[in-house]
Design a binder for this molecule. Sequence first.
Ligand SMILES: Nc1ncnc2c1ncn2[C@@H]1O[C@H](COP(=O)(O)OP(=O)(O)OP(=O)(O)O)[C@@H](O)[C@H]1O
Length: 321
Amino acid sequence: MSAIRFEEVFLKFPGVSHPAVNGCTCKIEAGQLVVILGPSGCGKTTLLKMVNRLYEPTSGRIYLDGTDIQKIQVTQLRRQMGYVIQQSGLFPHMTVAENIAVVPKLLGWSRVQYQARVDELLMLVELSPQEYRDRYPAQLSGGQQQRVGLARALAGDPKVMLMDEPFGAIDAITRQTLQDEILRLQRQLKKTILFVSHDVEEALRLADKIMILQKGQIVQFDTPLNILTRPANPFIYELMGADDRVRQLSLLRVETAMASVSPDYQPQNEHTIGRYDNLRQALSVLLRTGAQKLTVLDGEDVVGILTLEQIRDSARMEVNR
Ligand SMILES: Nc1ncnc2c1ncn2[C@@H]1O[C@H](COP(=O)(O)OP(=O)(O)OP(=O)(O)O)[C@@H](O)[C@H]1O
């Protein structure tokens, strides 16, 4: 896990009048999944590419765990960062196994070690090693290619994952499955993830925090709940399509609105909901059962309680218009 800090980061491409990234300052906490969201051309990809030094800022600094990335050798920096892009970027002449093994081989792992790692990663992204190990990228569907791209990016066990619209070219249903995969992997692996998207629903489903960019500037950096209920300006209000309350509820996880409880909390009724279920499901349970509150579970463990008031507050707008 690793923290990333941007300090007054600015980038102007030569010959372009306006800066692509204009004075970005913010801190990404270790282990968080941050979605960078904004309209086309607002600077999302440029900001991401500065983190692994594919682009260098014109001014400002970026820190990885407190160290200025300028002071880290580029190859060493990139080994700590998995990178997933929209067209998967797989080498077409290499098999799936060879693609995934690229970084472990660079790191000098033995054949036995990297072969085991390839199978482990294929299982992690839910592709059967026996079936897929020896295929070529052209023999995979788009969604499967992205899974392999993800496995390859995870191969060297990087602290940070940079994901640039990884599901942008995938059909809606497969995209949702892949989003669920990312959430499952993230609960398991706890990487620091920077994820570029221009899809609002994707951002709401995935993010611990959403960074909204407009013309190269960060206009809001906050939790999905706060972005929806307290958009910083009318642009964000419009961007989030925040009028639709029911849709909002179906996109927000129960854990975003619940009140946490101590481990010795005794539930007052038998009505429960999962912390990763959404608020719309929670609302249905409350209305169906007439319960005052739901006990929120993470597996077997009680982690919180959720009331109708908390759900209602989640959908209440406070917009400065
Ligand atoms: N190599 C480059 N040279 C000159 N200008 C560039 C270059 N790369 C990006 N830009 C410009 O910088 C701005 C930000 O581009 P960027 O690709 O970061 O946007 P984005 O938010 O990722 O867009 P999209 O969602 O369309 O991918 C745009 O105006 C773009 O035209």
